[in-house]
Design a protein around this ligand. Structure first.
Ligand code: BGC
Length: 666
């Protein structure tokens, strides 16, 4: 189709172009324009077949919280590239993902769709995701802009958040994604500081377009527009889905002199640009994965995203990695997730897959040669004696527990961080009768394990690991693959330990009085014990850190070098994390912030030198007096290690920028 000239569209057509043609498509202006199909993500293609009104089957990849636990940027690229393939297959033009909202509240119903509590990790993975999609000629849509960190009353509750916190925490992943020039951004439902995201000119125009240099299209979340006139004034380009009144409202506004045709044209041009981008990138639409390879990708991501949280007495793996000897003669599996694990939380991101999951107990039996037995929980009159006998007769019990889509999903928050009473009882009772107990958790976010953690030997966080969960888990449990996932969010001990925003709402506003102290920044600042810290995850291998050195390239460009040695006889991948601490500052700063990471494969006894770059953003904070990012000269520390609470290496450096870009600090 030839490039469309805005002058060929009537005002009526232009007003229509600013809302969708239907739920998923843009307006076609009677065949003059290509209609773009927008389809959900972010954890696979969720696209409704307009003829049958049912979703197409697609690969159910692990949810993004599991992808985040891989800390693997290449994997994030391949993940979204595989989804883009399915977009190509079904003619979807824009994929509604990734979601880069920060996990501020462990109860948020949509945590499973988001990456992390940390803006740097979220931004790095978000960038890779955007690139993976767009390299295939499909547009990405980074969502939900912004400060949508709760599902409770998400459409109305105003997020009251100060400018520094917005910039350092909630906007930062969006800003980082700009590097990959996303074709579109989706605004969130919630008001921010009393103005709906869809009408928030300051955030859409002044920050996103001007400050961050975004030149793509801004669409609304589905139904997030309250008044299209205010939305257009705020520079929102596309109100989704179609609304029958919007054309009239906009035309009337022009007639009444409340809106100029120029203002409409500016927004229309963004829609035309998106259509043009989609057409001019059409030649990139080349499929690289077969159906089987996409499934394999789902397995691969799950293998790297499942996290081994606890493994007392090295009860895992079931088979010795070194000599292949079986450690047990009988394993008892309990819980419906063993047969068919939850692939995802509920809502618009849930992918329909045709893949028949293979039962975990059978896979383990085949891989290890160990006898397995299985029992499913029964809600009514469970015969506990039968359950206990199986637990008692086996060497190990594996209990699979988690939250279904009624507990975790879009549009509501969890009520508790704990498993249900029934599930906690099951764990405690089976553990009482078992020689050794392993719990596998299938939830979308942190779990309070205080009732049972001390009674079990091992805990595996599977999360929502998609359609390949059991293939991944069986390999990990049997030691055929090594665990290499680490938590992208803190697991506090109880909800009471989490910041108070996680517990109380007045039903009208959500006050972000925790400021920049979100996730580990909060637990560090308050010196709180946590159950499992941000960045934690065990491996069958063991790694030792040594020899940190810093190479200075400019006043704020540094290369951090350190060595990691695999001191075990098992090969594995280690995620090393680099945090920066401002030693003394005129403003309150977190005790440390993640500014770099690396995931590296090491053979037994191998040593590798790792290099991580630091730059301006590693040292700067958002100064509200200057309205910009600012580095205050002085001492900084670089801390390196395997989790946010295990940082054996430390190096000091002194940033001394020229005096003319500094202010007095004495
Ligand atoms: C969700 C978005 C989604 C859209 C379209 C909304 O309810 O918040 O994430 O992309 O629906 O399904």
């Amino acid at each position: 189709m030839e490039k469309i000239d805005i002058k060929k569209l009537s005002l009526e057509e232009k007003a229509l172009l600013l809302t969708g043609a239907d739920i998923w498509r843009t307006y076609g202006a009677n065949g003059k324009l290509k209609q773009l199909f927008l389809a959900d993500g972010p954890q696979g293609l969720r696209m409704i077949d307009t003829e049958t009104n049912k979703p197409f089957n697609a690969t159910a990849l692990p949810a993004c919280h599991v992808l985040a636990n891989t800390w693997n940027k290449d994997m994030a690229y391949e993940y979204s590239s595989a989804i883009a393939d399915e977009c190509i297959l079904h003619n979807a033009d824009v994929l509604l993902g990734p979601g880069v909202n920060i996990k501020r509240n462990p109860l948020c119903g949509r945590n499973f769709e988001y990456f992390s509590e940390d803006p740097f990790l979220s931004g790095e993975l978000g960038k890779a995701y955007v690139k993976g999609v767009q390299d295939k000629g499909i547009g990405a849509c980074v969502k939900h802009y912004c400060a949508n960190n709760n599902e409770y009353d998400r459409c109305y509750q105003s997020s009251e958040v100060d400018n520094r916190t917005l910039h350092e925490i909630y906007l930062r992943p969006f800003e980082m994604c700009m590097e990959e020039k996303p074709w579109s951004i989706m605004c969130s439902y919630n008001p921010i500081n009393g103005i709906y995201a869809s009408e928030n000119r300051k955030l859409l125009n002044d920050v996103l377009r001007k400050e961050f240099g975004f030149d793509g299209l801004i669409m609304s979340d589905w139904g997030a527009v309250h008044n299209p006139l205010y939305a257009v004034k705020a520079t929102l380009d596309l109100c989704m889905p179609h609304h029958k009144d919007y054309q009239d409202i906009l035309l009337k506004a022009v007639e009444d002199g409340k809106l100029t045709e120029k203002e409409i044209d500016e927004r229309v041009q963004k829609v035309l640009d998106l259509i043009e981008k989609s057409e001019s990138n059409y030649s990139k639409r080349k499929i690289s994965y077969t159906d089987e390879q996409r499934h394999e990708k789902a397995v691969e991501v799950a293998k790297e995203g499942v996290v081994l949280l606890k493994n007392d007495g090295d009860i895992l793996p079931f088979v010795n990695v070194s000599d292949g000897a079986k450690k047990y003669s009988k394993i008892f599996f309990y819980g419906a997730n063993v047969k068919k694990p939850f692939t995802s939380g509920g809502g618009s991101g849930k992918v329909e897959t045709a893949y028949e999951q293979k039962p975990l107990d059978e896979l383990v039996k085949n891989l290890s040669g160990i006898e397995t037995v299985f029992m499913e929980e029964s809600r009514f009159e469970p015969c506990w004696r039968a359950v206990f006998k199986q637990a008692y007769d086996s060497d190990v019990s594996v209990i699979a527990m988690g939250d279904d889509t009624n507990v975790e999903g879009e549009g509501f928050n969890r009520y508790t961080m704990r498993l249900s009473n029934e599930q906690e009882d099951i764990i405690l009772n089976i553990a009482r009768h078992s020689e050794k107990t392993i719990v596998i958790l299938y939830t979308g976010s942190a779990v309070d394990m205080s009732a049972w953690i001390d009674c079990v030997d091992a805990v595996v966080f599977a999360g929502y690991s998609g359609e390949g969960a059991n293939e991944a888990l069986s390999n990990l449990l049997c030691g055929k693959s090594n665990f290499s996932g680490k938590l992208a969010e803190t697991f506090p001990i109880t909800l009471q330990d989490a910041f108070k925003g996680g517990r109380t709402f007045d039903g009208e506003t959500d006050l972000y009085d925790d400021g920049i102290f979100v996730g580990y920044r909060y637990y560090d600042y308050e010196n709180k014990e946590v159950l499992f810290p941000f960045g934690h995850g065990l491996s069958y291998a063991q790694f030792e850190y040594s020899n940190i050195r810093i190479v200075k390239n400019s006043e704020y460009d540094y290369e951090v070098l350190y060595d990691i040695t695999n001191i075990s006889n098992v090969a594995g991948k280690e995620i090393s994390q680099v945090y920066v601490k401002d030693v003394s500052s005129m403003v309150r700063r977190p005790k440390k912030e993640l500014k770099g990471f690396s995931k590296d494969y090491l053979e037994p006894n191998e040593t590798k030198t790792i290099s991580v770059k630091l730059d301006f953003s590693s040292f700067a904070y958002y100064n509200v007096s200057l309205d910009k990012w600012y580095i205050e000269n002085g001492a900084f520390e670089v801390l390196v290690g395997g989790s946010s609470r295990n940082l054996p290496l430390k190096a000091k450096l002194n940033v001394q920028l020229p005096q003319d870009c500094q202010y007095s600090d004495g």
